[in-house]
Design a protein around this ligand. Sequence first.
Ligand SMILES: O=C(O)[C@@H](CO)OP(=O)(O)O
Length: 230
Amino acid sequence: MSKLVLIRHGQSQWNLSNKFTGWEDVDLSDKGVEEAKEAGKLVKEAGLEFDYAFTSVLTRAIKTLHYVLEESDQLWVPETKTWRLNERHYGRLQGLNKKETAEKYGDEQVHIWRRSYDTLPPLLSADDEGSAVNDRRYADLDPNIIPGGENLKVTLERVIPLWVDQIAPKLLDGKNVIIAAHGNSLRALSKYIERISDDDIMDLEMKTGEPVVYDFNDKLEVQNKTKLDK
Ligand SMILES: O=C(O)[C@@H](CO)OP(=O)(O)O
């Protein structure tokens, strides 16, 4: 039986200041660092040993992974960093305060932007300041696939190839994998793994820094799901 651990990064600076973040590369807050270290201790206490690690190309997820691996004495574990695990791109909402945006556009509209499965946020275009097109970390990507804004559906569509090509084969081979990523890229992956409906996924929330452990059988069916907390 193989194990998969999903962990959303610890609290970020913009979680703290309540801003839409998406692909903006915001660091962990002091609390976020503590959450990540605590998660590593829980992983160690649970005796979880990884063969491979995956994370996004965003600092808050990478650092969370490293704190977890360091605290559990597994910093050596081979890791892959990929844009496919990035947070969903929040388009023109990135950098805006969530409360102020709700005051301007209404709570319902903001809830739809945040949690509907298939509503896109207002999109950034490639020549807008803040577009990821000119960011060196995406230089190897076809500019046409660099998003100007994503909903959960589009996020899931770009996570699935990573799952199918790289993660599922390792789990099927009996290897244990940890993925440190983001609230919405992990909601997308959980939807796929657990076959959650388009409606029900609206209610799934991932807490910062809380490891979620899946046990799979040899057909990659979920046998058990547990959350590690203090
Ligand atoms: O701002 C974001 O990128 C995400 C995660 O913090 O926010 P939300 O939970 O509103 O989708």
